[in-house]
Design a binder for this molecule. Structure first.
Ligand SMILES: NC(=O)c1ccc[n+]([C@@H]2O[C@H](COP(=O)([O-])OP(=O)(O)OC[C@H]3O[C@@H](n4cnc5c(N)ncnc54)[C@H](O)[C@@H]3O)[C@@H](O)[C@H]2O)c1
Length: 253
């Protein structure tokens, strides 16, 4: 990999949802490692930096992400599908528009990125990588998160399919499945969950969010960035097809 980077000026990587939280931490980490990163987000102004503005719930947005990376870097070695949001409500009250938007960003966007980026990943000198920042909710469910849980389970199916279809051309894929990470997405959930459960915000953190984790600690975004960086190393290649729990013992029960 070092040879290929020296030859071509560094890997070209797309990171979605790069304006905040995990995506921002991944972008900063990979840039420190010498990768050329196309950071993509709906809200580039939030990051105040070099971010491509694109709505990844649309086909055009995902196409623009891949086309821009190819224009800027001439190659796409890795795609980190990370953009997302959350909507918390019981199924009987769940807004169908929120369901459509969540499926679009958490499941259809990763599919479109893999589809539009496929030829570039297959041409990557050291093997293309497709990493989904999934969730512990790809492996287990919680009440009031029907769309999120369904989409995250779905993206695991996509990762496994990429693994099978990509094997011959050297494309590998893995899903990282973190429990609660200290980001704006989680901070917003605390208030939403408090409303849905009829509890105070402190009770929600202690009794709902971290209740099923053996270790009662929020994960830091940098820890997720470290795991993504590892999956992009040569040693990460053999994890293709894997769903990697990073969940403080949540799914160990
Ligand atoms: N925070 C957690 O506890 C946690 C745990 C497990 C998995 N995840 C997953 O990690 C990913 C990142 O979450 P985060 O916690 O960093 O959230 P975040 O809210 O801090 O960042 C998400 C980013 O995605 C962007 N985004 C949302 N909709 C978009 C769209 N239509 N087009 C382009 N960009 C869009 C937002 O603008 C935002 O900058 C999500 O897929 C989330 O499901 C988060």
């Amino acid at each position: 990999m070092a040879d290929a980077q020296a030859r071509d000026g560094g890997r070209g990587v797309i990171v979605t949802g790069a304006g905040s939280g995990i995506g921002l931490a991944v972008t900063e980490r990979l840039r420190r490692d010498g990768d050329r990163v196309l950071a993509v987000d709906l809200h580039p102004e939030a990051a105040g930096r070099d971010v491509l503005a694109a709505d990844l719930t649309t086909r055009e947005g995902n196409r623009a992400a891949v086309d821009t990376a190819l224009e800027e870097f001439g190659r796409v070695d890795a795609i980190i599908a990370n953009a997302g949001f959350q909507h918390v409500a019981p199924i009987r009250d769940f807004d169908p528009d929120a369901w459509d938007s969540l499926l679009a960003i958490l499941l259809t966007s990763p599919f479109l990125l893999a589809k539009y980026g496929w030829d570039a990943l297959a041409a990557a000198p050291d093997g293309g990588r497709f990493i989904a920042v999934a969730s512990a909710h790809a492996l287990t469910a919680s009440p009031f998160k029907s769309a999120y849980v369904s989409a995250k389970h779905g993206v695991l199916g996509l990762v496994r399919t990429i693994t099978l279809e990509g094997a011959e051309s050297g494309v590998t894929s893995a899903a990282l499945c973190p429990a609660y990470v200290r980001t704006p997405l989680v901070e917003k959930q605390i208030s939403d969950q408090a409303r849905a459960h009829g509890m105070s915000e402190d009770e929600v953190v202690a009794r709902v969010m971290l209740e099923r984790q053996a270790v009662k600690r929020l994960i830091e975004p940098d820890e997720v960035a470290d795991a993504v960086a590892f999956l992009l190393t040569p040693a990460g290649r053999a994890f293709t097809g894997a769903a990697l729990p990073m969940d403080q013992g949540w799914t160990a029960r």
